[in-house]
Design a protein around this ligand. Structure first.
Ligand code: URP
Ligand code: ZN
Ligand code: ZN
Length: 481
């Protein structure tokens, strides 16, 4: 294998610029960017004419090999990261679950064992905080300083399972401020949802659509606003995962307008699918059970507007795959037992390009920012990852915008028996993907190695760097500007 690779003829796209240039990779890093670079004998030349060259995607929200809802996700770190690579993602940040009364370090070791020897692209971990006590307080700084974990996740829903109370959330925010970490929240009002679910079941409502009907958007908006206010009170920083609705986007926008460090992520499924598909016969709707749930179609425009205006900043996949047969059917007679989540890791960049860039909703540079650069900055990976610059990791995707394909379970690489986007035609396709200069996907074929992916220790959250732009709240309601 040649130690140097020269990619010629493509158009480089970063979060800020679009320009024609050659790009030379040496020893896993970007060594040179410029016009008319001359290869030596040791250099392999790759023609990228007609393609975009973008920084490898960074997926800040995945669940691989994760026990949940009485089963374990269908994708592990081998299949999940392989599918991610096919989709143009070269780094994931996966959620490490923790358990009460158990040292955080033990849970973290579990997650390292799940990934080591399997991951084909690079990975980091967020750490779930489910309790606050002397032991957790003692371990938190070590997690940041020694383990390179600069983001903590608090669940405001999933009562009696993962849900933490407001006191735990507030203290996590305080500690994050003190030590330099970003707090992530699953923002839904878990107590009220629990009550609504019990009431629906008592009335005999058991089908998948009732998952959505018992988790109204108002409860996501309420929890998002509450978390954002607690973050403001602690003068801390908050990242709201999987924002699905106008109410939540509006809360984030308002608090940002006031100058608070509040960030929001949405996911391809909330931008393209709506609640009506959960009401299909024969339990089909179970394929689309996510929490928070898919919303009525009108929310999609609010989310696109929020992405366009910068009020939501990242796209996560929230990849959490379960087979329709043998896993989703655990909830055949009771919607509350359907494992929550779906397969998205492979389709994140393609859907955002096709539905976003190709349809004129976002720019090429916004696409790169949303799918890579912003997550890199927020989660302490920048500038090592998430951009194209001399000295950065050569995590590079060659993306051909002229290819049209149809998403299907027949052709995807996720280890799951259905596609949530079955039949969706997408324009553009990642054709070649390199992680630290090594090919993982070449001409749409997998050529990577299990275990080649490395754990990335992340830097602390930098409160100084990402200053929220002050933008009018009204933008999320109006048409596109
Ligand atoms: O339904 C979902 N989102 N499953 C994954 C777990 C979570 O809440 O992110
Ligand atoms: Zn969640
Ligand atoms: Zn998730």
């Amino acid at each position: 294998m040649s130690t140097r690779t020269l990619i010629r003829g493509g158009i480089l796209v970063t979060a800020s610029d679009t320009f024609e240039a050659d790009i030379l990779i040496a020893a896993g890093k970007i060594a040179q960017i410029g016009m008319g670079l001359i290869p030596d004998d040791q250099t392999e030349v790759l023609d990228a004419t007609g393609c975009y060259i973008i920084p490898g995607g960074i997926d800040p929200h995945t669940h691989l090999d994760m026990p949940f809802g009485g089963t374990v996700t269908a994708d592990d770190f081998a299949t999940g990261t392989t599918a991610a690579a096919f989709g143009g993602t070269t780094t994931i940040i996966d959620f490490c679950l923790t358990q009460k009364s158990r040292p955080l370090s033990e849970s973290l070791q579990d997650w390292h064992r799940k990934a080591e020897g399997k991951a084909v692209i690079d990975y980091g971990f967020h750490l779930m905080i489910g309790e606050m006590n002397e032991q957790v307080l003692e371990e938190l700084p070590q997690m940041i300083e020694e383990e390179g974990i600069s983001s903590f996740k608090v669940f405001m829903a999933y009562k009696n399972q993962f849900q933490a109370d407001d006191g735990i959330l507030f203290q996590t925010l305080q500690k994050a401020k003190e030590y330099g970490a970003l707090v992530m929240v699953h923002a839904e009002n878990g107590d009220v949802i629990d009550l609504l679910v019990k009431q629906a079941l008592a009335e005999g409502h058991t089908t998948p659509i009732h998952h959505a009907l018992t988790r109204p958007s108002m409860l996501e908006g309420e929890a998002t606003g509450r978390a954002a206010r607690l973050a403001a009170l602690a003068d801390s920083q908050l990242y709201v995962v999987h924002v699905t609705c106008a109410e939540a986007a509006e809360q984030i926008a308002r608090m940002r307008e006031m100058g608070h460090r509040i960030w929001g992520e949405t996911c391809p499924q909330y931008l393209t699918l709506d609640q009506s598909i959960m009401d299909q016969p024969d339990f089909e709707g179970a394929k689309y059970v996510w929490s928070p749930p898919l919303r009525e179609k009108g929310h999609q425009e609010a989310l696109w507007n929020a992405l366009q205006s910068g009020q939501l900043q990242t796209i996560g996949s929230d990849h959490c795959s379960f087979n329709f047969k043998g896993q989703k059917d655990l909830g055949k007679d009771d919607f509350s037992k359907i494992p929550n989540g779906g397969p998205v890791i492979e389709d994140r960049l393609s859907i955002l390009y096709s539905e976003g860039v190709a349809k004129g909703r976002i720019s090429l540079n916004q696409w790169v920012d949303l799918c890579s650069t912003r997550a890199s900055k927020l989660f302490g990976l920048f500038p090592q990852k998430g951009t194209l610059a001399v000295g950065t990791d050569a995590d590079i995707v060659i993306f051909d915008p002229s290819i049209t394909r149809v998403i299907s379970v027949e052709t995807h690489h996720m280890n799951v028996d259905y596609s949530a986007f079955e039949g969706m035609q997408v324009q553009g396709c990642p054709v070649t993907v390199l992680c630290r200069g090594e090919y993982v996907i070449r001409d749409r074929q997998y050529v990577g190695n299990a275990g080649a992916g490395k754990y990335v220790k992340r830097n602390k959250y930098d409160a100084g760097a990402p200053i929220p732009p002050r933008q009018p709240v009204t933008a999320i309601h109006g048409g596109r500007n």
